[in-house]
Design a protein. Structure first.
Length: 162
């Protein structure tokens, strides 16, 4: 294994996702069944977490082995920087897109990083994230993203009123 692909000291090469009750999740998706997520789209009704999950607009999978560690190359001579480990892949569908704004006070990845148990977040694509959260279970990660989507700072302030 080349040195850049080797796990960093103190990390486990073969991580096993925790299950309840061994996880450290402060809450799980079913605990947030009544959480209302406001829409940024005028005229669109708010959604609940079960609405998003049922629409396949919020989901989580184990991170692919190739995504556990990312190498970022820069123009310096210091070599690639390694980011990770990432444990989960998290995605948002179109319906969840109306719950946050790109030009808001707080970015969605930062709001997710604020949640307990989240160690690192890399926003990969428009609606895909890699998340380092070794002690959270999948249900707890969905709850963490729901709380991030509910954070009012991820929605831009409306137009000034006169």
């Amino acid at each position: 294994m080349p040195p850049s692909a080797a796990p960093s000291p103190g990390t486990t090469a073969h991580w096993t996702p925790p299950r309840r009750p061994e996880c450290s999740c402060p809450e799980h998706d079913e605990d947030l069944a009544g959480l209302v997520l406001p829409s940024t789209e005028p005229g669109e009704p708010p959604m609940t977490l079960p609405d998003l999950v049922a629409a396949n607009a919020l989901g989580v999978l184990l991170a692919e082995p190739r995504d556990r560690w990312l190498e970022v190359h820069d123009e310096s001579d210091s070599g690639p920087a390694r980011l990770g480990p990432f444990h989960w892949g998290l995605w948002l569908g179109d319906e969840a897109r109306s719950c946050y704004d790109d030009d808001s006070e707080r970015s969605l990845d930062q709001a997710l990083l604020d949640r307990p148990g989240i160690e690192r977040v890399e926003w990969m694509e428009r609606e895909e994230f890699l998340v380092g959260a070794p002690t959270l279970c999948a249900s707890g990660l969905i709850a963490a993203m729901a709380r991030a989507l509910a954070d009012p700072r991820v929605r831009a302030a409306g137009p000034p009123t006169a």
